[in-house]
Design a protein around this ligand. Structure first.
Ligand SMILES: CC(C)(COP(=O)(O)OP(=O)(O)OC[C@H]1O[C@@H](n2cnc3c(N)ncnc32)[C@H](O)[C@@H]1OP(=O)(O)O)[C@@H](O)C(=O)NCCC(=O)NCCS
Length: 156
């Protein structure tokens, strides 16, 4: 089940961000990269503030109605966050979140989705019709890491 984000989700989602990075990041990134990425986990207040700008945001729930993942969509078509809990990985939660974001974008008349995708997100998004534009190499806290600029143009 996917529902819209509510501000009282923020503590659970902030914790999920961190668990997702620590649990799933090591499949594609080194321990140093994972640690640097996890250190950038937003706290609950930062996440709630970031999401209080009119963007769309979605929470995937597990069978016990606990958050299993989340994703957002900014007004200009940017997907800022897409995170799935380690215990929910590989079961289509990410795919369902991407579908919700895409549906919302079409309803809002957004012509293009774009995202800076991790290795895992890159694989997921390639399966959903996103195109890879370029690899982005950068640093987080002095640690070299990379992701991929990707986009999907939505037919009017
Ligand atoms: C990217 C992400 C959202 C995908 O979510 P998901 O719901 O697991 O997506 P899927 O169900 O399509 O499965 C993804 C992969 O997990 C594999 N998988 C299957 N069982 C799994 C398990 N028990 N644990 C982990 N991965 C598993 C799937 O085969 C698939 O393989 P692939 O990575 O080669 O494509 C998720 O991996 C994630 O949150 N990663 C960490 C944070 C991150 O990178 N976020 C994106 C930032 S841009």
């Amino acid at each position: 089940v996917i529902r819209r984000y509510r501000p009282d989700d923020a503590p659970a989602l902030a914790a999920l961000f961190r668990r997702s990075v620590l649990g799933l990041g090591p499949r594609d990134y080194t321990p140093a990269q994972v640690a640097a990425w996890a250190a950038r986990s937003p706290g609950p207040e930062a996440l709630a503030r970031r999401w209080d700008d009119g963007r769309a945001a979605f929470v995937a729930l597990d069978g016990a109605d606990r958050p299993a993942g989340f994703a957002d969509l900014e007004a200009d078509g940017h997907i800022d966050l897409l995170y799935v809990a380690p215990e929910a990985a590989g079961a289509g939660t990410g795919a369902a979140l991407v579908a919700a974001v895409e549906r919302e974008a079409r309803e809002r008349g957004i012509a293009r989705l774009y995202v800076e995708a991790s290795e895992a997100a890159r694989r997921l998004l390639l399966r959903h019709g996103f195109a890879e534009l370029r690899r982005r190499d950068f640093e987080i806290g002095g640690v070299a890491i990379h992701n991929y600029a990707m986009e999907k143009r939505l037919a009017p």
